[in-house]
Design a protein around this ligand. Structure first.
Ligand code: LLP
Length: 860
């Protein structure tokens, strides 16, 4: 036998040991580790699933005979399924189980007897497994975990905890590793959950004990790694059952993992991290059904990337709010109240305090809160303050390094919580944890929303591949399938164009036409207008109008441009939707004969003669905004756009008195909206209002359709969008339905070509400079927008090194992308391509620092 140096510890839970096929997997994984890493392997197993619960019932004295009989049957049956002889393999062990039932101690059920009963599950499963793996030809032996794990008594520990929820020794006795290694088989199988009591009897580690056993053994052996094999692919940025977009956490440091495990994630027992952290043994969480997935790695060298790594929710939290007038500067008040919590055996989790109020939370999983305890506590506290118990609450926790420096990125999160009643906010001083306590009922549906906001606002850096892996959805249903972008096949042509000078925008008209046709294919939509503010390039205006689109303008400049480029265009195919425009622009628009939209009452009041007898469209603020960033949400009190519904009646009355006819209702609530059903809602809202006006013919539901900028984003769900509109149009068929998207038609058609100027390393960050930055493309600087960045000159090289891609402008915000993977050889003179830059790119470019505007080219 090869006495290879070093151990890898593998732990498998109940579901992984209850089927024959799963044992084959265990054998395969263990043998692979031993072979590939030239190491020895210790496998730690739980009891077959459900067995510990049965043993607990037996330990409670509940139908002991019947339960023991059923357990004997189950294990004998499984033994036969494994092709083993029950009598010779399990006879002795099952005899021991039956012996415990007839033991005289069974009558009084002392703790030592209970511990022995509970230990039988692991002893049985490990015995079965070791025989099976050995019979399969693997060099597997069995050992009794109690010979190696020692329960240690803690001060103030109850007798119950000192036997049934023990802690284990952390320091190995001299010679421990040598003695352990002297066991002959190369691979060993042992039990989780059980340890030796100092009286020589059996003790157990309590719930989650098997993870902790594996961690303790790994720590004592100074193992290369402890692997926790489960039925999920690792730790996630949120519970995937609630948040399918939750991302796999590829790498965490011990402190983060500890915090995530403690605040909600169930995959790893929080107690198991301490021993490995103490001994510096790396941990991994892996998926038994998909052993090739990378899982979650936990170690001390994990890059300390600041950002929220996970969001979790704990239900059943009890809040106790204590109000006292006499508290201000009263020495010992807190000591008095905490003394009472101690007296009732309740441990306090979160604390918030003000001059007259202290509010604390109790975590039910730790405190075994019963109504009686709370009543008694409240009565007790009532002697020194006014008490209010608030139940049930939910604690929502954001976990990640550097929470303090992230607060400015959490504005959307504060806004989301602003709609709920937050009882308590707590920020831990280790800078890892920010917790909000709200009513449990309010927490439903909140997590997916918060998770999305964290990503959108940049607080959760999911594009950093050193920390975040694929989403649960992607792992389960396969990676997002997106066709190759057009520019990959046009590389030579683009490099040639770049030769004529950079910065340079290039637009692919075929992509514009394709997007336009996708929208025109909707039966429910009667007319489509292209919002030219996204990209007014003449070739694009020609292309979209040829496809059948009209054009939407917001300024006199845009109107003049449109009719300059397309002199034959009928004014009926043009909308004018200005914001705070000067009076003269409305006059000009009326003169041109285009449809004019007004969005406030004051315009009618101040310029009655301008509007008298005219036909107009009315833009409404439906009270809410949507979009990829706070700055592009155009509804709600914070936005300057639209007539609020509160003024709707006054507007109608004034319009009537001025003989102004309202033939259209309009709402555009924001830009970059991914929810395909948003527009259906808008139509429903406007149609309901249109009935009240009486003269409305057209309903304009705005633009704002999103595009997938990031690699993991899904393409806008056009089918769901169309279906939603079909349905709502069928409900209100009498209005013409108008849309006015900009971005959707042009974003993906455009790339920005730049030349690399310098590659510079500073304080560990490598930056590649481009000859234009926020002057050519403002979106990253203004909205923290993400654009793919590629080295077009080295497109065939692997992207192996991380760069910050910056521009030449004298502002710290002049960054096009952070931590982007590009070929290591990226150097001066390379052509960089910024993807999806066709919308709000060139049109927002400027000459700041007196740098020239980019050139523009078209690919027909
Ligand atoms: N209709 C109105 C009244 C608008 O204000 C806008 C855009 C649109 C339609 C077209 O929205 P789209 O389909 O393109 O999302 N510069 C920002 C976007 C600002 C959008 C302004 N209004 C960005 O780069 O994300």
């Amino acid at each position: 036998m090869a006495q290879a140096a070093g151990w890898v510890v593998l732990k498998f839970g109940g579901t992984s040991v209850s089927q024959r096929g799963r044992w084959d997997t265990i054998g395969r994984i263990a043998a692979k580790r031993a072979q590939e890493e030239q190491c020895r392997v210790l496998v730690v197993v739980s009891a077959l699933s459900g067995v510990t619960n049965e043993l607990q019932a037996i330990a409670n004295g509940d139908d002991v005979g019947g339960r023991v009989h059923a357990l004997v049957q189950r294990h004998e049956g499984f033994c036969r399924e494994l092709g083993l002889d029950p009598a010779s393999v399990l006879g002795e062990r099952l005899g021991a189980l039956q012996g415990l039932a007839s033991d005289p101690r069974a009558a009084s059920r002392p703790l030592d007897w209970q511990a022995e009963v509970l230990a039988q599950g692991e002893l049985l499963s490990s015995t079965l497994g070791a025989h099976y793996l050995h019979a399969s030809g693997l060099d597997f032996g069995w050992c009794d975990a109690r010979d190696w794990l020692q329960a240690v008594a803690l001060p103030n520990q109850s007798a119950w905890a000192g036997r049934l929820a023990v802690n284990c020794n952390r320091e190995a006795a001299p010679g421990f590793v040598e003695r352990f290694a002297a066991q002959p088989a190369r691979m060993l199988l042992t039990q989780g959950f059980i340890a030796r009591h100092e009286d020589g009897g059996t003790a157990v580690l309590g719930r989650g004990g098997s993870d902790t056993s594996a961690a303790c053994l790994g720590a004592l052996l100074g193992a290369r790694r402890v692997e926790i094999w489960t039925d999920v692919p690792g730790m996630f940025s949120a519970n995937p059952r609630e948040v399918p977009d939750a991302r796999l956490l590829a790498r965490l440091d011990y402190a983060e993992a500890q915090e995530i495990a403690t605040t909600g994630a169930k995959v790893l027992h929080p107690r198991s991290i301490g021993p490995c952290r103490h001994a510096g043994v790396p941990m991994a969480i892996l998926d038994t059904a998909r052993p090739d997935l990378p899982g979650t790695r936990i170690d001390s060298s994990a890059a300390t990337v600041p950002g929220v790594k996970a969001i979790s929710r704990r239900d059943g939290v009890v809040l106790v709010s204590m109000e006292s007038i006499g508290m201000w500067q009263q020495v010992g008040f807190l000591a008095d109240i905490f003394e009472r919590f101690r007296r009732h055996g309740l441990s306090v989790d979160l604390i918030g305090s003000s001059e007259t109020n202290v509010t604390i939370s109790l975590d039910p999983s730790e405190n075994l809160v019963t109504t009686n305890v709370l009543e008694a506590l409240a009565a007790d506290l009532g002697e020194i303050c006014r008490v209010k118990v608030i139940v049930p609450c939910a604690a929502i926790t954001l976990v990640g390094r550097g929470m303090r420096s992230l607060l400015h990125r959490l504005s959307d999160i504060w806004a989301a919580f602003g709609r709920e009643r937050v009882h308590l906010i707590s920020q831990s001083s280790n800078d890892l944890n920010l917790t909000f306590v709200i009513d449990e009922a309010d927490a439903d549906g909140l997590l997916p929303l918060l998770h999305a906001e964290l990503i959108r606002g940049g607080a959760m850096p999911v594009l950093d591949a050193s920390v975040f892996g694929p989403s649960w959805k992607e792992i389960t249903f396969g990676p997002v399938q997106r066709p190759q972008p057009w520019w990959v096949g046009r590389r030579e042509r683009l490099l040639e164009m770049a030769g004529a000078g950079t910065p340079r925008y290039v637009y692919d008209l075929a992509t514009v036409r394709e997007r336009a046709r996708g929208l025109l294919a909707s039966d429910a939509v009667d007319r489509c207008f292209f919002a030219i503010k996204a990209n007014p390039h003449p070739a694009i205006l020609h292309a979209v109008t040829t496809e059948g689109f009209g054009l939407e303008c917001v300024s006199r400049g845009e109107l003049d441009h449109v009719f300059g480029v397309l002199p034959e265009l009928s004014p009926q195919r043009v909308l004018f939707t200005p914001s705070f425009a000067p009076r003269g622009e409305y006059e000009h628009a009326f003169d041109r004969g285009v449809a004019v939209t007004i969005d406030n009452l004051e315009a009618l009041q101040r310029w009655p003669e301008l509007f008298r007898g005219r036909t107009v469209w009315l833009r409404l603020d439906l009270g809410r905004g949507e979009g990829h960033h706070e700055k592009v949400k155009t509804g709600g009190a914070a936005a300057k756009f639209g007539l609020p519904l509160a003024k709707f009646d006054a507007f109608l009355a004034l319009a009537r008195s001025l003989d102004v006819r309202i033939s259209g209702l309009h709402a555009h609530l924001g830009s970059g909206i991914d929810d395909p059903l948003h527009w259906r809602e808008v139509y429903a809202n406007l149609a309901g209002l249109a009935d009240a006006v009486g003269t409305v013919e057209t309903i304009d539901i705005g633009g704002g359709l999103g595009v997938p900028y990031t690699p993991d984003a899904q393409h806008f769900d056009l089918v769901a969008w169309r279906n939603g509109l079909d349905e709502i149009k069928a409900a209100y068929p009498r209005y013409g339905l108008v849309i006015e998207p900009g971005r959707y038609l042009v974003a993906e058609s455009g790339v920005l070509l730049l030349s690399a100027t310098q590659v510079v390393e500073k304080d560990g960050i490598v930056r590649v400079g481009a000859n234009a930055g926020m002057n050519a493309l403002m979106r990253p600087a203004v909205y923290e927008a993400w654009h793919g960045i590629h080295n077009l000159s080295r497109l065939d090289d692997a992207d192996t090194a991380a760069f910050d891609v910056v521009g030449p402008i004298c502002e710290t915000g002049d960054v096009l992308g952070r931590n982007r993977l590009l070929p290591t050889a990226t150097a001066e003179g390379d052509i960089l391509l910024v993807a999806d830059a066709g919308a709000y790119g060139m049109v927002m470019a400027n000459t700041y620092n007196l740098r020239a505007l980019p050139a523009e080219d078209i690919i027909e």
